[in-house]
Design a protein around this ligand. Structure first.
Ligand code: HAM
Length: 423
């Protein structure tokens, strides 16, 4: 039977949705040119070698996510899974290294990866991105990262967390690789099939493996940041200093190794925990060996790319949260004992009578989920009720701003909540 449905992992952008897409495209055009970037458009498919050599043959992308086919001329071509390798290929092929440097290029367009589809993870998706080729100045790293932060902010996403790391250069990587292999050797046989393959070739990627990264032996692995050579250490410190100068806040994460093989030194991701499993909105890093690997001169580069779909998703979640009516207090129950439920109803009613906007969970969700709801609803106080509180005829009040908590008797609860709200 004919199947006329769209392929899994793809979607139609309907007329009601195109204005939001056009706004992101307009922002890319104006903001990137404001930072003196020029647009580069490359083909949607390239010779497969571009990605095999560029993205790297130990990456998930090359190993299992590429749409590759053989043309009538019997050449293997691949729908681009990302933008960097194609832009660098074009930079080399068009000899842009002979022009003014660094070259500052931006792009926007569809990319293709054969991944398991879910919210924010598609098989055809769209990336906006920038690449700066021809400078290793750590001010460029900071400029690129600040541009990423600014893009997200201007697109309407507040609160994305910037995670930062340095993965060093081939010199420090060799020392780290030896230490990592020695550390992980005892559990080699029990690593997932992918990590067994990576063990010799690129053990750093094991730290990033969805299946193995939470194992205690992997978590306690030697960190690349402890092995950085003097040059990479100086570069990393300068990048952090420049970010401080620009007022961009970040958290260091020595496990951030990224899933593509071309990275050297600076790596970074902007993460938004609100949009579920795939939470990275925008990511990138330095790739000082890539231009040479694709046949060009020995020239450094750095860039980032962000997914348009994830950006729109994050903004939708945020708008929903902002639009939700705020409350003062949220009652969180531990357990489903009737006495706890009775106490929660009594306290809820007392608070409401005193003019406090309050609510509680009727869906029987776990404590963590209830606390999350309290946060999402903007509650200042969580009123915690469990066996201990009920036995004491008391409630525990948690100030969600200062995170302080203390127990007060049920009778004194309203007064204590009012005092907290007036602080
Ligand atoms: P990446 O981390 O593979 O890096 O992808 C960058 C961003 O593209 C992700 O953070 C995410 O927002 C979006 N993205 C990736 N895969 C999907 C998918 N299947 N569905 C929806 N969105 C997705 C790169 O691609 C590098 N080229 C970034 C870079 C540029 N590094 C240096 N320059």
């Amino acid at each position: 039977m004919a199947d006329f449905a769209r392929p899994r992992g793809t979607y139609d952008i309907k007329p009601s949705e195109t204005p939001a897409w056009q706004a992101v495209e307009d922002l890319a055009r104006t903001l990137f040119s404001h930072y003196h970037f020029e647009e580069m458009r490359t083909p949607i498919f390239e010779h497969t070698e571009v990605f095999e050599r560029g993205v790297g043959d130990t990456s998930d992308i090359v190993q299992k996510e590429m749409y590759t086919f053989v043309t009538r001329g019997e050449k293997s071509v691949t729908l681009r899974p990302e933008g960097t390798a194609g832009v660098v290929r074009a930079f080399v092929e068009n000899k842009l290294y002979g022009g003014p440097l660094p070259a500052k290029l931006w792009y926007l367009g569809p990319m293709f990866r054969y991944e398991a589809p879910q919210a924010g993870r598609n098989r055809q998706f769209h990336q906006y991105g920038v690449e700066v080729i021809g400078s290793s100045d750590p001010r460029v790293d900071a400029e690129v990262i600040e541009l990423g932060a600014r893009f997200l902010l201007e697109a309407g996403v507040a609160d994305a967390r910037l995670e930062l790391n340095s993965v060093g250069c081939p010199v420090c990587r060799a020392a780290h690789r030896a230490a990592l292999i020695a550390h992980l050797a005892p559990i080699r046989g029990s690593l997932c099939a992918d990590c067994q393959g990576r063990f010799e070739k690129n053990p750093l990627r094991i730290l990033d493996c969805k299946k193995d990264r939470d194992r205690p032996e992997v978590k306690s692995s030697p960190r690349i940041t402890e092995y950085l050579c003097a040059d990479c250490q100086t570069q990393y410190s300068a990048v952090k200093h420049n970010l401080d100068v620009l007022g961009v806040s970040y958290v260091e994460d020595s496990t951030l190794v990224r899933g593509l093989d071309y990275y050297t030194q600076t790596t970074f991701e902007f993460v938004d925990d609100r949009i579920g499993a795939k939470s990275t909105l925008l990511a990138g890093g330095r790739y000082n060996g890539l231009v040479e690997q694709l046949g060009g001169p020995d020239m450094p580069g750095i860039g980032f790319a962000g997914g348009v779909e994830r950006l729109l998703l994050a903004r939708a979640v945020q708008e929903e949260e902002e639009g939700a009516a705020k409350i003062d207090a949220y009652i969180v129950t531990f357990g489903s004992d009737l006495t706890i439920f009775d106490a929660s109803l009594r306290v809820l009613s007392l608070l409401r009578k005193a003019g406090v906007t309050a609510d509680l969970d009727y869906a029987g969700r776990g404590v963590k989920a209830q606390m999350k709801t309290a946060d999402r609803l903007g509650a200042r106080v969580a009123v915690l009720l469990g066996d201990e509180e009920v036995a004491n005829g008391a409630v525990t009040l948690r100030d969600l701003m200062t995170k302080e908590q203390n127990q007060v008797s049920e009778d004194a609860c309203v007064e204590a909540v009012l005092a907290l709200l007036s602080r």
